[in-house]
Structure formats: structure tokens, C-alpha cells
Ligand binder design. Structure first.
Ligand SMILES: *Cc1c(COP(=O)(O)O)cnc(C)c1O
Length: 453
């Protein structure tokens, strides 16, 4: 029996840290890939037993079967969805966070860590040009970030409506079809209604189309407009300045979802696409996407954090010592109470490298994306669907059916050479590269495009 007091602890620490070292030093990183439930049952079997497996057996099962049945999102040819590409500094520091038992919900319990997280948030707020008063919290992902911002927005709109003596309780969000799926999902959680706004021929949300929808439904029924700064499928940045102006005109909360694309704020070559973001009431960016931090990490920043606090602070007698303190309690700015200090891996990597290295790395991925778009243009069997705004390029293989895309994608994975899946746009199957990994090279791009010839 592995009683806690028999103390396999020291051995487990060695084994786990040794494994972490091996994984962090892997070069090249293997792509790996999924097994079926049946295959895993056969190879792994039952792991939770009354007696316990002991350290050696459990670690072996993890390293040699379970871990290998997971795709490495940091493989340089993992270009599907949005890859993960943490710096080694950030990934290594996640081990430190895991070792530290820090409660990141309150200043009282996590002051030092929260102080550091807030400096990382400040860097992001400064990139966006938000005022000194801006602040927020690192939450698990863009979905929770969007939810938290929208909850704060609705709370603010309803408080204001009730102070003005209006019976109307605003319950609408304006967003385009290209907004991330989490907007519709989180609106459902909130029992709010999403009103669709048409995009222009560049797939962007524009001011006039937005104004039309707001006027048609009644401005007083809206509590938020969501603009996307880098759509997930295409990397399109909405016209933020126009959207901001409409929001100001009607007094509606302006939320900018930059979960994927927000990192582009740091890149001079694309910065002007984001003009208007400085007027956002709330803004998110996922450092686990294009800011080289490990999962799971979303930076959520509010222009006026007091509005978020009013919406999110949980009250209970045993929390009084926290809620009545004047210090910064991260938990007051999002849904959720307990939290790990998930912003620290980003903070550590930023502190080590300095922000210039981030600018360079982001510009590097943009350069590889531009190369990919040019290379697609040079090949007669390929056609780009749209010039990339950021680091996503969507393209078609002329003559291919959906089954051809699927077979090609499966072949690449089976050969462990790349992970690129089909996507679709307006009913047509095509494929897509999302390039956020600084280790993805132009050679990687050429090899994948060659495989489609
Ligand atoms: C990825 C993404 C989200 C959701 O973020 P998660 O971290 O996966 O919850 C939201 N919006 C956009 C634009 C995204 O790219």
C-alpha cells in the first residue's frame, strides 16, 4: 500500500522533475498522436487501484504510453487550430508554479505572484494603449475571458438602466458570424441574445453595418458589441476604430476579442490594423496562443476594473477579510474564485527575455506566414482564399474534394510529418496554416505544400 506516510514523495519529485527536464529538452519534438479508447485500454489498462501502482509504474505508463498518445502542440509542423508554442522559460516556469502552492485569488495570499502577474498584464494593456487605470486578471482561456467581460458589460448596462429608471434590461450582444464560437456559447450561458452583423467583403465588421443592426433592434437593448482582433479561422481584424466610434455614440460596452490575434499588437508591421483597440472597455488575449506561454492562460483587461469588480466580487462572511481589503484581488475580475497564478510563466519569460524578443518572435512568425502566402501564389495547384492579415493563411488545393483533404491530412499525421487539418469557409472545404511557433521554418512550409502537389 502506498500510504501518504510511507513517503514515495522524494522519489516522485525526482521522477517527475526528471521527466519534465527530458520533455523540455526534447529536440526534435516528436509529433505523437492519439490512440483510440480501446487501444489505450489495451495498452494502459486500469490505473486507479486500491493499492496504488507506485511511482515507477505510474510514471512509466505516463511517459511511454499516455504522453505519446497526445499531440505535441509545440511541434513546428503542428499548424492546425491555434498551436501552442511556449518558450522554454515559460514552460519551465510552469513547473515552478505547480510546485509552489500559491493561491492566486487574493493579494493577501499571493501578493508577490499577483504583483508580477499585474506587470505582465500592464505590458499587454500598454500594447493596447489602455489607460493607467486599466487592469484585470489571467483566466483559463478566451472563452472564460469573453464570458467574464460580457458579464461585467451586462451588469454595468443594467445598473445604468435601472439608475436611469428604465424598465428595459439590456440583453443583446452585437457580433458577426466570424466571431469566435465561444461568444455564442457564452451568450447561451448568460441567456443573452447575439444579434448578427454582416461583415464586409474583406470579412471585417464595419461601423455602418453595426449601426444598422443596433438601430433596428433598439440601442437600449444592447449591453455589448464584440469585435474580433484576429478571427480564429482567417486572422481577420475587424475595423476596431469604426466599431469603437459606434459604441461610444450609443454608450454600449466595446469588447475586443483578441484571444488569438491580440499578440499582433506587439508587431510594428501589423500594429495599425488594431487602431481603435485603445477605446475598448475590455480586451482579451490568450498568451497560450501567440504569446509563447503554456496552456491555460488568457489575459483579460478592463478599461475600468471597478465595473468588473462590481459584477464579479463574490460575497461570503468567510471572505470578508479579502473582499474588504483595498488590495488587488484577481478573483474579483472574472467568473471563478480559486485560481492558480497562471500568468507567472508568461511573466517569467517576459522578465527573462525582455519585450524586444517578443516583438522579434512575433514578427518572425508573420514573416513565415507571408512566405507561405507567396509560396501558395507561386504554385498553380494552390490558391489563397485571402491575403493574411496576421499569421493565418487559408488556401485551397484546386481539384480536391473534401475526402482528398481528409486523406492528405490523415497521411501527414500517420507519417508523423505534420498536423494540418481541413477547414471550411462558406461551405467549401479548404485548409489552413496557423503560424504562431517561432520554430516553424520556411522549409516546413515548403515541405507541407509539396505534399499537396
Ligand atoms: C481561441 C479563441 C477563443 C477561445 O479561447 P480559449 O482559450 O480556447 O477558451 C476565443 N476567441 C478567439 C478569437 C479565439 O481565437
Amino acid at each position: 500500500m502506498q500510504s501518504f506516510v510511507t513517503n514515495s514523495g522524494p522519489f516522485a519529485i525526482d521522477q517527475a522533475l526528471d521527466y519534465a527536464r527530458r520533455r523540455l529538452f526534447l529536440d526534435p519534438i516528436p509529433l505523437d498522436g492519439p490512440l483510440s479508447q480501446a487501444e489505450l485500454e489495451e495498452r494502459v489498462g486500469q490505473t486507479i487501484t486500491p493499492e496504488g501502482l507506485g511511482v515507477t509504474q505510474a510514471m512509466n505508463l505516463y511517459e511511454h504510453t499516455l504522453a505519446e498518445a497526445c499531440l505535441s502542440t509545440d511541434h513546428p509542423r503542428f499548424l492546425s487550430f491555434i498551436p501552442g508554442a511556449p518558450t522554454r522559460e515559460a514552460a519551465a516556469f510552469d513547473v515552478v508554479v505547480g510546485a509552489s502552492s500559491i493561491y492566486g485569488g487574493s493579494w493577501l495570499e499571493g501578493a508577490g505572484a499577483v504583483f508580477a502577474e499585474n506587470q505582465a498584464l500592464r505590458w499587454i494593456a500598454d500594447l493596447a494603449g489602455l489607460p493607467d487605470s486599466a487592469g484585470g486578471v489571467f483566466v483559463p482561456g478566451g472563452t472564460i475571458g469573453n464570458l467574464s467581460a460580457l458579464v461585467a458589460a451586462r451588469h454595468t448596462a443594467r445598473e445604468r438602466a435601472s439608475r436611469a429608471g428604465h424598465a428595459q434590461r439590456p440583453n443583446r450582444i452585437a457580433a458577426t458570424d466570424n466571431a469566435h464560437s465561444s461568444i455564442v456559447s457564452m451568450a447561451a450561458v448568460m441567456d443573452a441574445e447575439v444579434c448578427g452583423v454582416h461583415v464586409d467583403d474583406q470579412l471585417r465588421l464595419r461601423g455602418d453595418a453595426l449601426r444598422e443592426v443596433i438601430e433596428a433592434k433598439g440601442p437600449e437593448t444592447f449591453f455589448a458589441v464584440v469585435a474580433t482582433a484576429g478571427t480564429t479561422n482567417f486572422g481577420v481584424v475587424d475595423n476596431l476604430a469604426e466599431v469603437a466610434a459606434v459604441c461610444r455614440e450609443y454608450g454600449i460596452w466595446f469588447h475586443v476579442d483578441g484571444a488569438y490575434g491580440g499578440a499582433g499588437l506587439a508587431a510594428p508591421s501589423v500594429r495599425e490594423l488594431f487602431d481603435g483597440v485603445e477605446l475598448a472597455d475590455s480586451f482579451i488575449v490568450d498568451p497560450h496562443k501567440w504569446l509563447f506561454a503554456p496552456f491555460d492562460c488568457c489575459a483579460l483587461v478592463y478599461r475600468d476594473p471597478g465595473l468588473a469588480r462590481a459584477a464579479h466580487t463574490q460575497r461570503a462572511s468567510y471572505l470578508d477579510v479579502l473582499t474588504e481589503s483595498p488590495e488587488w484581488n484577481p478573483t474579483d475580475y472574472s467568473v471563478g474564485l480559486s485560481r492558480r497564478v497562471r500568468g507567472l510563466p508568461l511573466w517569467f519569460s517576459l522578465a527573462v527575455h525582455g519585450t524586444d524578443a517578443y516583438v522579434e518572435a512575433i514578427e518572425g512568425t508573420l514573416a513565415v506566414t507571408r512566405f507561405a502566402a507567396e509560396e501558395i501564389g507561386r504554385r498553380d495547384y494552390l490558391e489563397a482564399v485571402r491575403e493574411p492579415d496576421l499569421s493565418v493563411v487559408v488556401f485551397r488545393r484546386l481539384g480536391w474534394t473534401p475526402a482528398d483533404y481528409q486523406a492528405w491530412s490523415e497521411r501527414l499525421l500517420a507519417e508523423a510529418s505534420a498536423f494540418v487539418v481541413p477547414t471550411s469557409h462558406r461551405g467549401e472545404t479548404m485548409t489552413r496554416f496557423a503560424i504562431v511557433n517561432p520554430h516553424t521554418t520556411t522549409d516546413d512550409i515548403v515541405a507541407i505544400l509539396d505534399s499537396m502537389a
